[in-house]
Unconditional design. Sequence first.
Length: 447
Amino acid sequence: MERRLKIILITLLIVLLAIISFVGLFVQNTKFMDNLIPEYQLGMDLEGYRAITLLVSDEEETIYYDKDGNVVSSAKDDGTSKKVPVNNEEDLTRENYIKARDLMKQRLSHLGISEYLIRLDEENGSVTVQIPENSMTDVASQFLYTRGEFELTDADTGEVLLNSSNLKKVTIGYSTLSTGTAVYLSFEFNKDSVEKLREISTTYVTTKDEDGEKTEKKVTLSIDGSTLLTTTFDEEITNGVIPINLGTSTDSSTISSYMGQARNIALLVNDGPLPLEYTVDQNRFVKSDITLESAMVPAIILAVILVIGFIVLIIKYRKLGLFAIISYIGYMAILLLAVRIFNLVVTLEGICGIVIAMVLNYILLVYLLHTLKHTEKDLAQYKIAYNKAMISMALVLIPTLIIGIVLCFAAWNPAYSFGTIIFWAVFIMAIYNISITRVLFLNSIKK
């Protein structure tokens, strides 16, 4: 009775896992049902990708001068102006092209985008990028060509007082106030610029004359000309840090929005500015060559082979064969759940890894069944035979596991996808068959 109860419980557990893995786990959310199980993270070869072409900008900008020849932020009645290229001729070098490409790679990595393809034309500096189409695509595409130049300037004259080269890092912080949660950025300058910042903080202040009239001398903090803050300093800055409050709110979604802005600014500035200005020549979605119709044929063939394999198990091993099928379905359910829960990237190579795992697990089950079939019908002997068979299969699976671990560190995403899936497949296979399959087999043949 006890062994039957164990078999029933394990079978029900496997059925539940199969439903969750193959169908989903849904909960009511207002008018709709939400699946708590994440969707498969498909690679670019399966889901398509965003193709972005960036060209070194040949545009010009207008520089304004006052009557004394000093650069100012806007046109003056008695001043002059001149158009100049946004990229100086001497900056158009192979070294800067490579530096720009490497910085684009760095930004993509910091955004959490592991799958991408970047090609550089070293002759003219044009860059072609392929990235997955998802919720981060638009942000990532903007980060590719945004220069990211930080400047602290005189608000009246536009004179650059400090820039990205003076920065050490930008950090994100938040504090809880009576009015809500405040999200802020801290711009920390390097040690060589601390004294200069101190001098600026004592110069750009609000003063009063003898008549009590205020005079404000302001600075502007900006990134690529977009103003973050225009202010005067209330006190002397001696620690080399300028904090900027991005916003205060009690609403969680608004606070989350502020945090997102802060993360993007910090990432952009910390990675450093691009050495050149780029313009977008192309930004379009490219569909995958693999369609649902083209994928159906191999899927049907695989399903037919699997069904034939199941029939062979039942004919040859009868009751044990049936429990092997139940065990096999449970293993596949857990493996596919792991792929989704751990957000493993599924490429064509990753699918090959899943198919290899299916074959390996089938071979393992057949080997176990064959061993038990030729074992004396005694529970103690069954346990010994099962353990020896698992040890023998472990020696075969270890090299596969090592290959998976090595490929987990591959920079090429198809190899990474294959490696991560193979690693989890073999790891789950070992744990699952040592526990679940063992209980099923031993309780089904106990006399």
